[in-house]
Ligand binder design. Structure first.
Ligand SMILES: Cc1cc2nc3c(=O)[nH]c(=O)nc-3n(C[C@H](O)[C@H](O)[C@H](O)COP(=O)(O)O)c2cc1C
Length: 185
């Protein structure tokens, strides 16, 4: 079972990238996780370009999503929403349709006590309208600067919550496959 992971932050010292790194540490065969490289490489979404000359980098992203059983997203919260880079990537993914019915687990890390709740709520709405199956319980990581060290999550209760989230994602992928074997990539 393959999971594609997206990080909404481009920052080198990103808390969300650290959380995603810790998530990849927890994957064991037969599970595979591929972290999508730097979403900042995608051009800004333009419907004319999509229609006439789809960039290869977008086609590759769509193909990787199509070959995945589910998505894991780590989002920063900027001005009470998700980041522009992540929204831009999702705009390119609307037209491909590969996300339909795929289980999606959301995580957000923020230095604030709100833990990125508004970014996850915002993303839930967008992903749901795209037809994704967003897991009801995502992972909120408030005061994340205290919980990350050397590019990894170090806070034990948060690591336990991360394991629970990945278990939920695994269950959702298994249930989706059982309901519709055609969904398997
Ligand atoms: C322009 C900007 C807007 C921000 N808005 C919010 C916000 O609305 N809510 C919040 O919790 N944090 C906000 N923050 C703080 C980010 O959560 C913080 O910079 C976080 O570390 C970004 O994620 P990253 O570490 O993965 O890059 C904002 C930061 C910036 C630079």
């Amino acid at each position: 079972m393959k999971i594609l992971a997206l990080c909404g932050s481009l920052r080198s010292g990103s808390l969300n990238a650290a959380v995603l790194r810790s998530a990849t540490d927890l994957f064991v065969p037969p599970w595979e996780i591929t972290v999508e490289p730097d979403l900042g490489r995608l051009p800004f979404f333009n419907a004319d370009v999509e229609e006439n000359d789809l960039p290869e980098i977008v086609a590759e992203l769509r193909a990787r999503l199509g070959a995945s059983d589910g998505l894991l997203i780590a989002t920063p919260e900027y001005a009470h929403g998700t980041s522009g880079v992540l929204k831009n990537a999702l705009e390119w993914l609307v037209g491909g349709g590969e996300i339909a019915m795929k289980p999606v687990a959301l995580m957000s890390a923020s230095p604030a006590v709100t833990g990125g709740d508004r970014a996850r709520a915002w993303l839930t709405e967008t992903l749901t309208v795209m037809g994704a199956n967003v897991l009801a319980d995502g992972l909120r990581i408030p005061q994340a600067t205290r919980k990350v060290k050397d590019g990894r999550l170090t806070d034990e209760p948060t690591l336990a919550a991360l394991r629970d989230l990945l278990d939920d994602l695994a269950r959702a992928v298994a249930a989706a496959r059982e309901e519709n074997p055609l969904l398997a990539p």
